[in-house]
Write a protein of this length. Structure first.
Length: 18
């Protein structure tokens, strides 16, 4: 569902922040 998609976006944002 959307929860998985949101999780991927959050992970991508965290990796970009490093």
């Amino acid at each position: 569902g959307w929860s998985l998609l949101i999780g991927v976006v959050v992970i991508m944002e965290i990796t970009r922040g490093n």
